[in-house]
Design a protein around this ligand. Structure first.
Ligand code: RTP
Ligand code: MG
Length: 148
């Protein structure tokens, strides 16, 4: 089954939005196979957002993502990479549709609540960056037979 990496950013954690966000992800039907509250180091932030290293907002992005704890997750489900990005919503919360996480909880592009991997390659890279193999669990949900 496909896996993706999601991370509630420091603004989401500070605003006590872990619960409401995780509730949406579970309600959608995704299965949580890894989750932890963690402090992102400067090195990890720079590696994770390496594709943006030449962009003018890179410094702010690294500063923000290391400014407080994040809630990192690995989710599993059918077509989960693409579907989770739809649930997350557009990068700029001012353009994100109501009903999406960014559309409902965010207001500025620099503090947009949550990250989601954007491709199978990113998902694999980011899961391995943030999680040890032993932290990603293989288990059955009692309802997985009829959801998936
Ligand atoms: P993310 O990687 O965090 O899930 O966000 P994304 O794919 O929707 O957007 P991406 O293009 O990868 O941008 C990464 C993060 O950089 C910040 N950003 N700021 N000031 C700006 O114009 C600007 N553009 C992007 C956002 O916080 C975005 O999530
Ligand atoms: Mg991105």
């Amino acid at each position: 089954m496909e896996k993706t990496f999601l991370m509630i950013k420091p603004d989401g954690v500070q605003r006590n939005l872990i619960g409401p966000i995780v509730e949406r992800l579970e309600n959608k039907g995704f299965k949580i196979v890894g989750a932890k509250l963690m402090q992102v180091s400067e090195d990890l932030a720079k590696t994770h957002y390496g594709e943006h290293s030449e962009r003018p907002f890179f410094g702010e992005l690294v500063e923000f993502i290391t400014s407080g704890p994040v809630f990192a997750m690995v989710l599993e489900g059918e077509n989960v990479i693409k579907t989770a990005r739809l649930v997350v919503g557009s990068t700029n919360p001012q353009e994100a549709a109501p009903g999406t996480i960014r559309g409902d909880f965010g207001l500025t592009v620099g503090k947009n609540i949550i990250h989601g991997s954007d491709s199978p390659e990113s998902a694999e890279r980011e899961i391995n960056l943030f999680f040890d193999e032993s932290e990603v669990l293989d288990y059955d949900l009692s309802n997985s037979a009829w959801i998936y």
